[in-house]
Ligand binder design. Structure first.
Ligand SMILES: Cc1ncc(COP(=O)(O)O)c(C=O)c1O
Length: 635
């Protein structure tokens, strides 16, 4: 046990900061999960992987901890309860989970069962999400909120849900949607409640700032809202207006943006009440940020406030405006998804290969292949390698670049053989490594060495697809905490980037979280012959919804884990990833036709005696087995 090194690892990866009490490193140097947020209840992730291997479930895989989900739902609810008590607010808090944040059935099943005791509801943004949401046994009081753009069919389904006894609210995005609702109401007995999505002047902050403000694509302008209120009044349906709603974007990094938005929305609510309407709910949307880098700042991957601060501000500001305006305190509805879901899952995979070496390894002699006279350029390079030092490294590095270019020109003209080229390449690599080593002593590193550092880091080939498992890292440069799962009692000797197994150069992760900045390389160990696992954390929100099947790599295996109050844990559900045949069928391939073609080709090979019948049968068996497996690399 190397306690000092383990403490260093905690600081190096910032796990105590971004882990929110759910993740840590134990005294064996293993990453552990505390699913209930209680430190004495922990699950070693390497142990969980080992147990899954014994069940023939290999990496890549997702570990899900529904208890984290439950704990986050509770943290949200308790934060509001505490704020409501503290500020003597007369309304209550209700939560709904936005379906789009993670539509996997396993996940929504957990949200619904964990949320029952809190009357947690669901929010949907499309007909598909609605059809799935309507099948869930929500409690009698839970809300089912329909957001997004709607047509007659969507609205009709909301009326059916109302007839089924659901507390459904159609949040209209425009007067024409309300017109459709009013038309449908003429033919249906059960009228769902109506909500209005308000376009606020206040804007969010961070990547999703465009979701709000004057020119947002969502919500009603003040004129449109007034128009809708008039339409309800004319239809004698003023009491149907039950909710006012706003959402200023996801991952709001600054608390003051929330405060401004809530202040503005509270005024809108008060004015609508004063016009004689009786909305019960003010839906303040989602947007609570996740502190992915643990810095607690307004940086894009962080948030400069806690859940309690968010709840306090929402309750205090709303209560204050309502009291000031003399209107009743409404029920506050939150629609947070990211902060509820992000922590509950970890993607884990194994490293297959490391390309590139240590910064300053013990260097073996370079094999010299050439038997003839060595070219002048090679001799010069050898001289540079033998004589580069802390004083001359910039000049010598520049010389080496020139010699390297010269050697390539000579190769292209046919004056060098492959062996000379290999020798020159290896000399140049070693010179670069030494130059980098010397530059690392400088207080202000020259830009060219920064760039060189990025090129020279080791590449860790990870058995997964970024496009499938962390699509936001590719699409919008979203940062997620990444770290090895074991050996934290050992100092990592490498700096590396992560490359995935897709045939796409974009499948490369070269920006990592850091409390003070971002890092262009991750501290990693040299694999020692045993499997080396890395985990991608806080990936439970949006990543599975946005996953794509680039190169036909599909969903990975997943396992749900539950821990008892005595610390015993086990898998409660294991779901295998998408087999090759399912991925092909989803792209309209017909497995019958595919195997028909294989059989034909093998029969022809038997006829021409290039294979025996027994060989053909065994090849067909191998192909049949291959399509039943996931397409990731087998160990
Ligand atoms: C209308 C609406 N509600 C709720 C959410 C959930 O937001 P978040 O996941 O940031 O909490 C979103 C996502 O942007 C949204 O568009």
């Amino acid at each position: 046990m190397n306690i000092r090194q383990i403490q260093e690892a905690r600081e190096l990866y910032g796990i105590d900061e971004w882990g929110a009490g759910y993740f840590g490193i134990n005294d064996e140097g293993h990453v552990v999960c505390h699913p209930t947020g209680e430190e004495h209840l922990s699950i070693s992730l390497p142990d969980a992987i080992q147990k899954l291997r014994e069940k023939n479930i290999a990496t890549p895989l997702i570990l899900r901890f529904p208890q984290i989900l439950e704990s986050q739902l509770e943290r949200m609810h308790l934060s509001f309860r505490q704020a409501i008590n503290e500020f003597n607010f007369k309304g209550r808090h209700m939560g709904v989970f936005p379906f789009k944040v993670n539509q996997r059935r396993e996940f929504i099943d957990s949200v619904v069962s964990c949320g029952q005791k809190l009357d947690y509801g669901l929010e949907v943004g499309s007909k598909t999400e609605f059809i799935a949401a309507l099948s869930y046994p929500l409690t009698e009081n839970s809300l089912l909120i329909c957001n997004g753009f709607k047509d007659h069919d969507f609205i009709n389904m909301a009326f059916i849900a109302k007839a089924m006894g659901r507390k459904v609210i159609i949040v209209v995005e425009g007067p024409d949607e309300l017109e459709m609702v009013l038309q449908t109401a003429k033919n249906m007995r059960h009228l769902p409640a109506v909500g209005l999505r308000i376009r606020l002047y206040s804007r969010g902050a961070g990547k999703w700032e465009k979701s709000s403000g004057d020119y947002s694509k969502f919500g009603l302008t003040t004129n449109e809202a007034l128009n809708c209120l008039q339409m309800l009044q004319d239809a004698n349906l003023m009491s149907s207006l039950q909710m006012l709603h706003f959402h200023i974007g996801s991952q709001i990094t600054e608390i003051k943006r929330f405060k401004n938005a809530i202040k503005e929305a509270s005024r809108v609510y008060a004015k609508v009440v004063k016009m004689g309407f009786t909305p019960q709910f003010l839906n303040i949307g989602g947007g609570v940020g996740v502190d992915y880098d643990g810095s607690k700042t307004s940086f894009q991957s962080s948030a400069n406030y806690t859940l309690q601060e968010f709840a306090n501000d929402a309750v205090y500001v709303l209560g204050d405006v309502c009291t000031n305006e003399g209107v009743p305190h409404p029920t506050i509805v939150t629609e947070s998804g990211r902060v509820i879901a992000a922590y509950h899952s970890v993607v884990i995979t194994d490293i297959r290969e490391v390309q590139g070496e240590e910064m300053f390894p013990s260097e073996s002699a370079i094999p010299e292949y050439s038997d003839g006279e060595q070219h002048k350029g090679i001799k010069e390079m050898k001289y540079v390698l033998d004589n580069i030092n802390r004083k001359n490294y910039v000049e010598f590095y520049h010389d080496a670049i020139e010699y390297q270019e010269e050697l390539f020109t000579l190769f292209n003209l046919g004056f060098l053989n492959l062996q000379d080229r290999a020798y020159g390449e290896e000399l140049f690599r070693r010179i670069c490594r030494r130059a980098l080593y010397f530059s690392s002593f400088q207080r202000h590193q020259l830009e060219e060495f920064d760039d060189l550092q990025k090129i020279m880091v080791s590449k860790y080939l990870a058995n997964f697809s970024m496009f499938q498992s962390i699509p936001d890292a590719w699409a919008i440069d979203q940062l997620f905490p990444v770290m090895p799962l074991a050996r934290h009692d050992e100092k990592p000797s490498h700096k590396g980037t992560i490359v995935d197994i897709t045939c796409d150069s974009d499948g490369c992760l070269d920006t990592f979280v850091d409390r003070a900045d971002v890092k262009s390389a991750l501290d990693l160990h040299v694999p020692n012959g045993l499997p080396y696992y890395v985990g991608f954390f806080l990936v439970g929100a949006y990543q599975e919804s946005l996953a794509n099947e680039h190169n036909l790599f599909g969903a990975i295996h997943e396992a749900e884990i539950h821990i008892d109050s005595d610390g015993q844990w086990d898998f409660t559900k294991i779901t295998e990833g998408d087999p090759v045949e399912e991925l092909l069928v989803s792209r309209n391939y017909d497995m019958g036709e595919i195997f028909g073609s294989y059989e034909q080709q093998l029969n022809r090979a038997v006829e021409t005696e290039s294979v025996t019948r027994a060989e053909a049968d065994s090849f067909l068996k191998s192909l049949t087995k291959a399509v039943k497996q996931v397409p990731y690399l087998n160990s």
